[in-house]
Design a protein around this ligand. Structure first.
Ligand code: UDX
Length: 448
């Protein structure tokens, strides 16, 4: 099929490359000429394992190209995907300007029956507006479909080819569109759920909000475990074996970040508010997430006293491993607070340093070239992102170069055994802290 994808962010670019890999002719369109130039040179604008090679292969085969020209590209398409950003407005509401602009451009370009599939996460009912915008420009036959995307950064290609399900929201029981989309996704051999457009839009928000809820729930359990001397990992394992609960998204840590969960939870609170429903549970999920980030600071302060003049190592800046994405990463707020309290930070991340430098321009930050460099002479070390190289570090060596052997582990990457053997004061999440002078149950003291 001839496919056009509008928007070359995470979702748009990965989908475009994967659809070309499936054998379709794909044009990825973006108004950002610099981005399109880079992509045409074969340079991916995002870091995603395996993407560059797959992209180059499909460009070489002639199935994949990049353009700034919507009208020419859309004219021959059978399916046009809208995959532009819906960033949060200061109110938390999703900004739909890019989606509506894309709809306008599509309306001006259509010449024959075309499916317009909206992958951007949009508030319930927005696709009705997309339809209105297109029909105000094009009087022929077309169908607007809600096709939410569930891929995760870092495993985006795998998620595109092997999703748990494909949700397709179509109104008016449009059989022609249904058949065409069935054929398009048939090679993936995964469950397809056909529903109405509004339910489909809600499925996306509800899924992300539910996963965020799971994370905040286990983080709260972790906080209680810390005080009682229980172990949240054991608890999560015991809970997760219950099929109704499941193992995934029960990893306690310093809270969720990234481009989706923070934005989509806030947006769903707004969506509910717009119909005069206060989504109390989700408000608490967001609040718990905010608090969880600050726990690192509390632990630092309780182990070091004042942070004034103290050198703190920061391992990891991206919101999760496997990506250089720093959107809504807890690292921003944690580093800001350490600096506000007079601390000095030494930071290291395997791939997210350049992106982080763009948003964090403060004195007293030392950008380091390795994890060991970022720990040299430090009074404490904070693990923010669970990159594998941190887990496999030589702990004896690490201890020998730090001023004080203190690790505040926001991601529980070490076992009690290895920490004890190396002799660190260790503060994990939801598990007993341990000091070289003997175990302690929990840290006393207030918040900072
Ligand atoms: C998420 C959704 O998973 C995906 O379906 C949607 O399309 C976009 O948003 P992503 O943001 O790429 O994907 O990352 P994900 O792997 O879901 O992790 C999100 C955040 O939750 C990360 O900050 C991660 O560290 C945190 N997390 C995840 C936990 O703290 N504990 C967990 O058990 C799982």
């Amino acid at each position: 099929m001839n496919i056009v994808i509008i928007g070359t962010g995470y979702v748009g670019l990965v989908s475009g490359v994967c659809y070309a890999e499936m054998g379709h002719n794909v044009v990825c369109v973006d108004h950002d000429a610099n981005k399109i130039d880079s992509l045409n040179l074969g340079e991916s604008t995002i870091f995603e394992p395996g993407l560059n090679e797959m992209m180059s292969r499909n460009v070489r085969s002639g199935r994949l190209s990049f353009s700034t020209k919507t009208i020419e590209s859309v004219r021959n398409a059978e399916i046009v995907f809208i995959a532009v950003g819906t960033p949060p407005l200061p109110s938390g509401q999703a900004n739909l300007n890019y989606v509506f602009k894309a709809a306008e451009n599509i309306g001006e370009s259509l010449s024959k029956y075309t499916i317009v599939a909206v992958k951007s996460t949009v508030p319930v009912g927005s696709n009705d507006v997309v339809e209105q915008i297109i029909s105000s420009k094009f009087s022929g036959d077309f169908c607007v479909v809600s096709l939410p995307e569930f891929l995760r950064e870092g495993s985006a290609i795998e998620d595109t080819f092997h999703p748990d399900r494909i949700i397709i929201g179509i109104d008016n029981n449009d059989e022609r569109t249904k058949e065409q989309l069935k054929n398009f996704y048939a090679p993936l051999n995964v469950p397809m759920v056909f529903t109405d457009r509004k339910s489909s839009e809600m499925i996306k928000y509800a899924s992300n909000a539910f996963l965020a809820t799971k994370i905040s729930f286990i983080n709260e359990i972790a906080n209680i475990c810390e005080k009682l001397g229980a172990n949240v990992e054991e608890v999560a394992y015991g809970m997760g074996l219950d099929n109704r609960i499941g193992m995934s998204f029960l990893k306690a840590g310093i809270g969720y970040g990234g481009s989706c969960f923070p934005k989509d939870t806030e947006a769903l609170i707004q969506i509910a508010g717009n119909v005069e429903h206060e989504f109390k549970l989700l408000r608490s999920v967001v609040e718990v997430n905010q608090y969880q980030r600050m726990k690192i600071l509390t632990k630092l302060k309780n182990s070091l006293g004042s942070l004034e003049g103290k050198e703190i190592g920061i391992w990891g800046l991206s919101f999760k491993p496997g990506t250089d994405d720093i959107r809504e990463t807890p690292a921003i707020e944690i580093i800001d607070r350490i600096l506000d309290h007079g601390g000095l930070v030494k930071v290291y991340d395997p791939i997210a340093m350049d992106n982080f430098k763009k948003v964090m321009d403060r004195p007293n930050i030392k950008w380091c070239s390795s994890s060991l460099r970022a720990s040299e002479n430090c009074d404490a070390l904070c693990v923010i992102t669970e990159w594998p190289e941190f887990k496999y570090i030589d702990l004896m060596k690490l201890k020998s170069i730090m001023r004080r052997p203190i690790i505040i582990d926001g991601r529980n990457i070490y076992s009690d055994h290895e920490i004890k053997e190396a002799g660190f004061d260790y503060f994990p999440v939801g598990k007993k802290a341990s000091r070289t002078s003997g175990d302690i149950f929990h840290i006393q003291g207030g918040e900072i």
